[in-house]
Design a protein around this ligand. Structure first.
Ligand SMILES: *Cc1c(COP(=O)(O)O)cnc(C)c1O
Length: 360
C-alpha cells in the first residue's frame, strides 16, 4: 500500500533522549525549556526575528485575526484548506472570496481590488502548496486601502523569496507543523510577525491573556504547545536537510517520468525557492483523472484531490457565488504520493500505471 502522505518519524532513541529530560524536569507544558529551544532553533533556521510556537496552524490563524482586531469582511481564497475560511468565520468576520490564477493557483491579486468594500479589513491569502503569492502586489493593494495582510503559510515551511523567509511577508504569517506537513511536531503551529508590539500581544493571547500571575493584559486563549510536541519538532529539525533532499529527488523523478503525461504543473513563483511539499498534477481532462484515481486505488495506491471542492460552494455556513477558475482547477487537480521514505521504485510504479491508463 502506498498512501498519499506519511508522517516523518525520526529514530525513536533520539526522541527518547528528550523524554528523559522531560521526566527529570517534570515540566510538561506552559512554555517549557524545549518549547523555548524550538522557537530559538526555528528562528535561526528560518532566519526570522520573531516567532511564536503555538498549538496548531488553525489557532495561529484565529489568534492572528484576533490580534489584528479585524472586523467585517476579509478577502480570501476559495482554493485552500477549510481552516483558512473557518478561522475567519470563527472570529466573527465574513469571508469574501476572490478567484485564483490559472498558473500559480494562488489568489488572483489583480481581482482583489474589485472585491474591496468599506467593510473590508484584511486580506488572508494562502501560499498554495508552498508557492508564494504575489506578495509585492498584495502589499501594494493593502497599503493603498489600509488593509491588514495575513498569510496562511501552512504549506510554506522553509520557502525563501527575495533572499528571505516567505514568513517575513504580511502583518502576520502562520505555518502549520501538523504531522502531515513537510516538517512537523505532531501538532503545532507558528506565528510570525516583524512587529514587536504585535508579537507581545500574540504572546499574551497565547497564554489566556495573563500578564503575571494575577493580571491580564488581553483577551486570550490557550494557544500553548507542550514539551512533548516541542521535542518532536527539535528532533525533526535535525533531519530537515535530508527531508528536503529526499522530496526533491522524488519530485524530479515524477517530473522526468511524467514529462509526456497529459497534465500540467502549477507555475512556481520565479523569485522563490521550492520546498517540495506536494506533487499536484492538473489534468487536462477530469475523466482521465478519475480513471487514474480508480486504477491507482485498485493497486493500493492512494492520491488526494487537494483542494476539492472549492470552499466557496462546500461549507454549510457560507453562501457564496461560484468561481470560474477555482471550480475548474479544483475538479482536475490531484496530489500524488509524496513523503520522506517513498522510494524511486514506487514512484516509477505509480508513473507506469498513470501512463498505462493514458495510453489505453
Ligand atoms: C494544514 C493546514 C491548515 C491548518 O493547520 P493545522 O495545524 O492542521 O491546524 C491551515 N491552512 C492550510 C492551507 C493547511 O494546509
Amino acid at each position: 500500500m502506498i498512501p498519499v502522505t506519511k508522517p516523518f518519524l525520526p529514530p525513536q532513541e533520539e526522541y527518547q533522549k528528550y523524554l528523559n529530560g522531560i521526566w527529570k524536569r517534570e515540566w510538561l507544558t506552559n512554555m517549557g525549556p524545549l518549547a523555548s529551544e524550538l522557537e530559538m532553533e526555528l528562528k535561526a533556521y528560518l532566519n526570522l526575528k520573531h516567532l511564536l510556537y503555538v498549538t496548531n496552524g488553525t489557532i495561529a490563524l484565529q489568534m492572528a485575526i484576533k490580534a489584528l482586531e479585524l472586523k467585517g469582511e476579509i478577502i480570501t481564497t476559495p482554493f485552500s484548506f477549510v481552516a483558512t475560511t473557518s478561522s475567519i468565520v470563527w472570529e466573527g468576520c465574513q469571508p469574501v472570496f476572490v478567484d485564483i490564477e490559472e498558473d500559480s493557483l494562488n489568489i488572483d491579486a489583480t481581482k482583489i481590488e474589485e472585491a474591496i468594500t468599506e467593510k473590508t479589513s484584511a486580506i488572508l491569502a494562502t501560499h498554495v502548496y508552498g508557492n508564494p503569492c504575489d506578495v509585492e502586489k498584495i502589499q501594494e493593494i493593502a497599503g493603498k486601502h489600509n488593509l491588514k495582510v495575513i498569510y496562511d503559510g501552512a504549506h510554506a515551511f522553509g520557502v525563501r523569496i527575495n533572499d528571505q523567509s516567505i514568513f517575513n511577508y504580511g502583518d502576520i504569517s502562520i505555518c502549520s507543523l501538523h504531522a502531515t506537513k513537510l516538517y512537523h511536531s505532531v501538532e503545532g503551529g507558528l506565528l510570525i510577525t516583524k512587529d514587536p508590539v504585535l508579537l507581545k500581544k500574540l504572546a499574551f493571547i497565547r497564554n489566556f491573556g495573563f500578564n503575571g500571575p494575577e493580571n491580564f493584559a488581553e483577551l486570550g486563549i490557550n494557544g500553548k504547545n507542550s514539551e512533548f510536541h516541542a521535542a518532536m519538532g527539535l528532533v525533526n529539525l535535525k533531519y530537515i536537510q535530508d527531508i528536503h533532499e529526499k522530496r526533491k529527488v522524488v519530485t524530479e523523478r515524477y517530473n522526468q517520468n511524467l514529462s509526456h503525461f497529459a497534465a500540467r504543473r502549477s507555475i512556481w513563483n520565479s523569485m522563490a525557492t521550492k520546498n517540495y511539499a506536494y506533487y499536484p498534477l492538473i489534468f487536462e481532462d477530469e475523466d482521465l483523472m478519475r480513471k487514474c484515481i480508480d486504477f491507482l486505488n485498485s493497486h493500493e495506491i492512494f492520491t488526494r484531490r487537494y483542494f476539492y471542492p472549492s470552499l466557496a460552494n462546500t461549507l454549510p455556513y457560507i453562501s457564496s457565488k461560484a468561481f470560474e477558475v477555482t471550480d475548474d482547477i479544483a475538479k482536475r487537480v490531484l496530489c500524488l504520493p509524496l513523503f520522506y521514505d517513498l522510494t524511486l521504485e514506487e514512484v516509477d510504479l505509480i508513473c507506469r500505471l498513470l501512463l498505462r491508463i493514458q495510453n489505453n
